[in-house]
Design a protein around this ligand. Structure first.
Ligand code: MN
Length: 238
């Protein structure tokens, strides 16, 4: 079995080179792989599946094409694109996963998550998350006209970067107690997540267990490749 995990591509019209690199990755690295897992924040913002920008169309076409080559696509919601819904998923033939998803292969138990749930020290964010993830709230947001949702997304983005500047940096890091506990609950040997934009590999509790953090896509991307006997974090370059 061969799988690839990516997250935090933050696709947006403002960064066409990231989009170009992402499409390159889909044909160059992802084709021929059994499964591709997108662990959230594929888009810098997603305000509903009626999003009809050129970027949205291009991304759908390229992901659908990858699906057609036989690579299975899986997606988790990130904090920027939690409004991705059935319409988008069926267009690209992807399966939506829960916030925590466990993959068992050979002796390994690989746990996947976006990562925002692990940042338990950021109480303001966790409260905001609880509110906006309620079905009733999402139903309400999705009922607003597209142009209002776009404004709302801009407003949230600005508020969140304003708030993040004021937050001490350790608040925006994962809580190691939360990491240990979620890995224990799932008896996971490896945890892969993104969200914090602090790519790296970390031991967990002085055990054999490991946590790999994906990075944000920028001048280059980040991916984790998992095969039967190894997990590798690597940079995706032009
Ligand atoms: Mn995120």
């Amino acid at each position: 079995m061969s799988i690839l995990c990516i997250s935090d591509i933050h696709l947006s019209e403002a960064r066409p080179s990231v989009t170009e690199l992402f499409f390159k990755f889909l044909t160059r690295e992802a084709e021929g792989v059994d499964e591709l897992y997108i662990l959230g924040d594929l888009f810098d913002s997603w305000i509903g599946d009626d999003e009809n920008s050129q970027l949205a169309e291009d991304v759908k076409r390229n992901l659908a094409r990858l699906s057609d080559t036989g690579t299975k696509l899986f997606l988790q919601h990130g904090n920027r694109d939690f409004l991705i819904g059935e319409k988008f998923l069926s267009r690209i033939k992807a399966t939506l996963l829960d916030d925590y998803h466990l993959i068992e292969y050979k002796d390994h138990r690989l746990l996947l998550t976006h990562g925002d749930l692990l940042c338990t020290d950021d109480v303001d964010y966790q409260n905001f998350r609880k509110k906006v993830r309620k079905p009733l709230c999402q139903w309400f947001i999705l009922g607003l006209p597209l142009f209002i949702r776009k404004r709302l997304a801009n407003y949230w983005r600005k508020q969140s970067s304003k708030a993040n500047v004021k937050k001490p940096s350790d608040i925006m890091e994962v809580n190691l107690g939360a990491v240990a506990s979620v890995m224990d609950c799932n008896a996971a040997t490896l945890l892969v997540h993104g969200h914090t934009h602090r790519p790296g590999r970390h031991g967990v509790d002085a055990t054999e267990k490991e946590r790999i953090v994906l990075g944000e896509w920028n001048a280059h991307g980040w991916a984790v490749s998992v095969s039967n006997d190894s997990a590798v974090l690597f940079k995706v370059k032009f």
